[in-house]
Design a protein around this ligand. Sequence first.
Ligand code: ZN
Length: 403
Amino acid sequence: MKFNPLAPPLHPLCGSALGTMTKLASSPDLSGLRMNALRRAEKFALQNSSSELLPRERVCKCLKMRITSEKGVGIRYNENRGTAHYDNLQRCGSIWICPVCAAQISEGRRQELKAGIAKWTGQGGAVYLLTLTNPHHYGDNLDQLLGGQKKALKYLWSDRKPKEMFASLGKVGHIIASEVTSGKNGWHPHYHILLFFKGHINEKALQSFIALQWQNCCKKAGLKVPSIEHGCDIQDGTYADKYVSKWGLEDEMTKGHTKKGREGSATPWDLLRQYEDGCERSGRLFQQYALAFKGKVQLRWSKGLKDLLLVEDVTDEQLATETEKDSIEIKVLNREMFRLVIKYKLRASVLRAAELEMTDGYSRINDLIMDAAIRETKENMPRLMKDAELIDVQYRTLALAAS
Ligand SMILES: [Zn+2]
């Protein structure tokens, strides 16, 4: 049977789908749910910043515009997980610039990677983690760096020497992950590559060989040439496992991000956080990054590897639009209510209110929306008063004219 990342996860002990377990329904992990709610609130906030910086991109409509205008915005609740989500809202499916979609897509991709590695190592194969980079300096153009690295990598797969070496070692395929950070030396795009071999190899010997080849490839591609020590690194399966278990989670793993990001290297989500904290320069860097990565593939499997590892092909869009089927509708927000939710940035608060409502029965969603309506009326009050005064003056003028 092929591995399908959209299928519900299985219980580690009994193997049944987690969504069908009633025991979990009665005891959702409350601290875990609180953490999830916090992460979700952060993702919505970062998505707002991304939309502000990229007003022409689809991220601006993501989970803000309805799919069909004939229906309101549903709030659905999954009793087993204790979580709420929206229904009838568009998704942008962008892995690079939408923190909400990226988290969902990454989760699906991580499951694919994990299943692929487990399948391969389970039948005696070995997986190694190769990291490739090249020198970069402040002021280097990100587009040019990406273009150069793409060329250099193409040489690495197709040049005679490395090709023969990989074949002799029993390489059956690879998965390339493209990543970028920004630091005091400018943009740092790099590749993490999972190498699949028929059996164990001497990774240090391969590292020495690849380091030389990578130097040649970078030179041919017009890139600054890396040193033997810094351009290439190969780690064994333990590191490959560790990398995969962390992959795509950088939005959740860089707590204390602002400090870390400013001193060391910042991920794109760190740049958004810094922009949120008032750093205009980080906002401009995020715009550069978004432009350079638009349309690029984040994870590339070599030809035939998915079939070999029995992993189903699922698109980013499919992963992003996959909502939890096992849920019930608990409320529908009409157009006006949802307008207030968006205007006052209440998307995360409303979902949290729905989850708490389902736990203790105390009504919160209506209160939140009512507060927003009162706030809007108060904000509009000066204008309304002015209008009323104007009407009063006009009325008096008319009355005088008539007398
Ligand atoms: Zn999105």
